[in-house]
Ligand binder design. Structure first.
Ligand code: NIG
Ligand code: FE
Length: 382
């Protein structure tokens, strides 16, 4: 059965033309067959279809690709957030609080909460999600988180190297050995990606390289958390390892920017973190002007960014990071797809997944223009 989505006032296809990376069409329609985009064009030239959805002039964009989340965890850290808002600085040590709560939670409690978050994402237009482990930090708990994440997405990332857990505080080498050995073996069957928090207070560059190398040998693809809390070697390591993405990129040297510009590694910016930690927002303009591919993601996690809202990321990127609305929407869709090495999502080319977000607005600019207002009217997923 074919479905025709028609009456689209402004369609963002992300099929680039010379002058428009968003491949914008007006008065357009999209024909969907077998969950894929079968045709895109002028609504007046569309063939009839069994089912017709007339969106009456609304803007339509590809569903958001949120390429960085930590959605399987127990507890929350509302008090830590409140303290930060009145002056306590963020330290990654809070991760251990969530690890304790996550280890204590039952499978069913974690699963119920995860499904709630996935529904929350979908209702706000996110149709592709990456989910990381990283709040278990022992073999059994990390495997459990990966297995639960795999129930809702194919894009599962092993982040055993999030921080060194308390029980290994005096023996970090042994913990890195565990991550690269038994923990990796237990998690790899559920995961696609290997990640490491390469940052002062978490893992140094040599430790991070070991973790990424072990993951690659186990068949996983690398991505990196880097340059979140200060300058450091995360970006250089990500480029060296051919990582699909290096995420945060809040503190970058000119050399880091040049390395990214000369690589295929996507810079994934996570402004929910700066909102919640009061660090300065990353400078997207500097990256875009250097020719770096930029993605936006939520980093939804209980410590530094407890939001699943991609429209909020777009609004922050436009208001605080020097992106145009079109650039921000591209980064939250096609950019996220690039960060996951995907070409079948984040765009509405013929053959791509028919993931459409219908906005309660005549143009995508409203995603930033009307911050805090739910702008996604409906989501079509095939
Ligand atoms: O992506 N950067 C490392 N990890 C998370 C924060 C985790 C936490 O504080 O619980 C992040 O921001
Ligand atoms: Fe993260």
């Amino acid at each position: 059965m074919a479905t025709l989505v028609t009456g689209i006032g402004e369609l963002t296809t992300n099929v680039a033309t010379d002058s428009d990376a968003c491949g914008t069409l007006h008065g357009a329609a999209v024909r969907i067959e077998n969950g894929r985009v079968a045709w895109v064009g002028d609504a007046r030239r569309a063939e009839p279809a069994e089912r017709v959805i007339d969106v009456e002039g609304a803007a339509v964009i590809p569903g958001f690709v949120d390429s960085h989340t930590h959605l399987v965890f127990g507890g929350d850290r509302a008090e830590e957030f409140a303290a930060r808002m009145t002056g306590t600085p963020y330290a990654a040590g809070g991760i251990r609080t969530t690890v304790a709560a996550t280890r204590d939670a039952s499978d069913q409690a974690l699963r119920t909460r995860l499904h709630g978050f996935v529904a929350e994402c979908l209702s706000q237009g996110t149709t592709t999600l990456e989910i990381k482990t990283g709040y278990g930090l022992d073999v059994e708990s990390e495997a459990k988180l990966a297995r639960l994440a795999r129930e809702v997405t194919d894009e599962v990332t092993f982040l055993g190297a999030h921080v060194v857990p308390v029980e290994y505080a005096d023996n970090r080498d042994a913990y890195v050995d565990l991550v690269c050995g038994d923990m990796l073996s237990a998690v790899a069957p559920y995961a696609t990606w290997i990640d490491v928090f390469c940052e002062r207070g978490a893992f140094d560059v040599d430790e991070s390289r070991r973790v990424l190398q072990a993951g690659i040998e186990a068949g996983l693809k690398p991505r990196v958390h880097g340059n979140q809390l200060g300058e450091g070697g995360g970006v250089a390591l990500a480029v060296e390892m051919g990582a699909a993405s290096v995420d945060h990129c809040t503190y970058l040297s000119d050399h880091d920017v040049a390395l990214l510009a000369g690589s295929d590694t996507v810079a994934t910016l996570l402004p929910g973190v700066e909102f919640s930690t009061k660090h300065p927002y990353p400078n997207a303009r500097r990256l875009l002007d250097a020719g770096v591919t930029v993605a936006l993601a939520s980093d939804c996690n209980p410590g530094t960014s407890f939001t699943t809202s991609m429209p909020l990321m777009i609004a922050l990127a436009v208001r605080e990071m020097g992106m145009s609305p079109a650039e921000a929407v591209w980064a939250a869709t096609a950019g996220g797809a690039a960060a996951l090495g995907r070409t079948d999502v984040g765009n509405l080319a013929v053959g791509s997944a028919a993931h459409l977000a219908v906005l309660r607005a005549p143009s995508r600019i409203h995603l930033a223009y009307r911050p805090g207002v739910p702008m996604v009217e409906r989501v079509i997923t095939g």
